[in-house]
Design a protein around this ligand. Structure first.
Ligand code: MRU
Length: 377
């Protein structure tokens, strides 16, 4: 994506061929700063502190974390240590586990002398693969926007939650990939951007991205979506996902479920953009089986921003003493998802739908619908 006319990915190898550079997402939208990661510990910190965030980018960052570990010490103990440390940074997005398991699985059988080069090669492949997947999500998702404009003949109003744009991936984004493609092809789109408390990924990141790219958009409070849908101001919703189960339950940023409920009530299509590394084929029931991250309560009690005189300030919005909980994600059950946009096409949010596009994963799925039906008889 372009930032002030210069193309950027969200993560790349630095000029020294060993360190890794990232865009510090905690500084956006006010400052565009690049941070250098020199060791696996830096990568783990960047993920935990959300300098890099968004399920696909967390996976890419963790893959490079494993590579940085192999630069420091390619021994077995360090490989295991890096795997343990990185996997502990964030529990919900499956891309993280997918990436570090993949790296360890490929590196462990190699002689130590070969691990450094192999690790950097594979981390770069994971990044390139993410870019290709996101491009394909755009190509498949644009049809849903085109069929909407064919029906209504006017600008397509799309509601999105959190940031599932290029900042959440290596490039292009997941939920926003079809939106960017539609805009670039001259299809008139307008995006309703949920602010996405507590960390405001919508207000700070999605709005920044869309503004940069010239896509018409409006930021709204998280609570506005229901009214917008009831009053006919939303044509479709598209969100990303941090982990989708084999039956199509979609875990995503807290508040996504409420938007899906409102969309269902208003008869508005609710689509989830799902890159295949975000599918956990071994998990069936999202609510029962996906660990929901709980983050520092300070993210809820305090709001950070820029004052009119240009200083950064953090202010408390609660009475001191009120207890706080900070759940990071929720699960939208498959029944509320109109369809899933994957890199292989659009499918029903069900095991049959997903397996029709990814038949090679069938062996990993623990309970297929016909098995459940048999159990019930
Ligand atoms: O906590 P975050 O900012 O990492 O959460 C990100 C999201 O919930 C995104 O919607 C999700 O990762 C899918 S984005 C490609």
């Amino acid at each position: 994506m372009l930032v002030k006319g210069r193309p950027y990915r969200t993560i790349w190898l630095a000029e020294d061929g060993v360190s890794v550079e990232i865009i510090d997402q905690t500084r956006l939208p006010h400052d565009f700063e690049i941070v250098r990661l020199r060791a696996a510990d830096d990568a783990a910190r960047a993920i935990a502190d959300m300098q890099v965030r968004g399920a696909p980018l967390v996976g890419a960052g963790a893959a490079y974390g494993m590579a940085l570990a192999m630069n420091t010490d390619p021994g077995d103990a360090n490989l295991e240590r890096a795997h343990r440390m990185l996997i502990a940074t964030r529990p919900t997005a499956i891309n993280l586990r997918w990436a570090v398991d993949d790296m360890r699985g490929r590196l462990a059988p190699l002689p130590q002398g070969e691990r450094f080069a192999a690790a950097y090669r594979r981390a770069a492949e994971i990044c390139d693969q993410d870019v290709e997947i996101c491009r394909a999500l755009g190509r498949h998702g644009i049809g849903l926007i085109e069929s909407c404009i064919a029906r209504t003949g006017r600008v397509v109003n799309i509601l999105t939650h959190c940031n599932a744009g290029w900042l959440a991936t290596v490039d292009y984004g997941t939920a926003l990939a079809p939106v960017y493609l539609a805009h670039d092809r001259g299809i008139p789109v307008h995006v309703w951007v949920d602010e996405t408390r507590p960390r405001n990924q919508g207000a700070s990141l999605t709005a920044w991205e869309l503004l940069n790219h010239g896509v018409p958009h409006t930021v709204v409070t998280d609570n506005a979506g229901g009214y917008l849908m009831q009053s006919g101001q939303v044509d479709l919703c598209i969100t990303g996902t941090d982990r989708t189960t084999s039956r199509g339950d979609a875990c995503n940023k807290i508040g996504t479920y409420l938007k899906a409920l409102a969309a269902h009530d208003c008869g508005i299509p609710f689509y989830v953009a799902v890159p295949s590394p975000s599918i956990d084929w071994t998990v069936w029931d999202g609510l029962a089986e996906i660990p929901i991250e709980q983050r520092d309560v300070r993210e809820v009690s305090h709001v950070r921003g820029r004052t009119d005189d240009g200083a950064t300030a953090e202010v408390c919005v609660l009475p001191s003493g009120s207890p706080v909980k900070n759940y990071g994600f929720d699960v939208t059950p498959a029944r509320l998802v109109t369809a899933m946009i994957t890199e292989r096409g659009v499918c029903a949010a069900s095991a049959e739908g997903l397996l029709s596009l990814f038949p090679e994963q069938r062996a990993l799925v623990r309970r297929l619908p016909n098995e459940v039906a048999l159990e019930r008889k």
